[in-house]
Design a binder for this molecule. Structure first.
Ligand SMILES: [Zn+2]
Ligand SMILES: [Zn+2]
Length: 229
């Protein structure tokens, strides 16, 4: 299926299989949106997700947007999409719903390049896909941003485990990213929107932002389809 519109003609809800629309109202009601924006650095409320002045330094993103709470339907779709390509349809629907919600906000970001948080080349070979590209595709479709899946490289795959110890979380992803050889000139003075499927502690997005800034990026913003709260 190539068009999102094609889905409308499916007589059953894709998620609960009840008769009705491609995604029924009950399932839509299970997609809980975030009630407030926050600063990615400290996790506290911030208007529009702008990083607080007091939390800023040269390597942190300038803002952060997350759309859904990581719970219920959104959680199960994201979990399943990690393991099987055939589960992508659900992820695509959720991603397109999220893109619809943020498209106004992102409409001015014409010079930004969308980067899906990568998995390592090795994992990409064994798994065959990076599910986050489904999210960046949806965002790209609703905005004028282009996607680049090559610039940012993941050296280590370990995902940060949630722990109350801030230092542990950051240690886990330290040095996890680098810029792919030959792509350095694309980063210098570039503006980027980093996207991930789920943001837990924020450590992964912060580390990826740092890598881009240290290689000359002029601005980095972050987007998460879902937020574990
Ligand atoms: Zn349903
Ligand atoms: Zn802050």
């Amino acid at each position: 299926m190539d068009s999102f519109l094609d889905l409308i003609f499916i007589p059953k809800c894709l998620f609960c299989l009840r008769d009705g629309r491609f995604i029924c109202e009950l399932c839509v009601s299970k997609m809980v949106t975030m009630e407030y924006s926050e600063c990615l650095v400290c996790g506290k409320f911030s208007e529009d997700g702008t990083t607080h002045l007091s939390c800023r330094n040269d390597v942190v993103p300038s803002s952060f947007v997350s759309v859904f709470k990581y719970c219920s339907l959104v959680r199960s779709v994201i979990r399943r999409a990690k393991y099987a390509r055939r589960e992508f349809l659900g992820l695509r629907i959720i991603s397109e719903a999220a893109a619809e919600i943020v498209k106004e906000e992102f409409s001015q970001m014409t010079k930004y390049v969308l980067i899906p948080v990568p998995i390592s080349d090795e994992r990409l070979r064994t798994r065959g896909f990076n599910q986050v590209t489904t999210i960046t595709k949806a965002l790209s479709k609703k905005t004028s941003m282009v996607v680049n899946t090559r610039i940012l490289l993941r050296n280590v795959d370990s995902r940060p485990q949630y722990t109350n110890n801030r230092l542990d979380r950051y240690d886990n992803v330290k040095g996890a990213f680098s810029i792919r050889k030959g792509h350095e000139n694309l980063v210098t003075h570039g503006k980027f929107l980093l996207a991930d499927d789920i943001c837990t502690s924020g450590a992964t997005l912060l580390e990826a932002s740092k890598t881009l800034y240290e290689n000359g990026a002029s601005d980095v913003k972050c987007f998460a389809l879902s937020r574990k709260v």
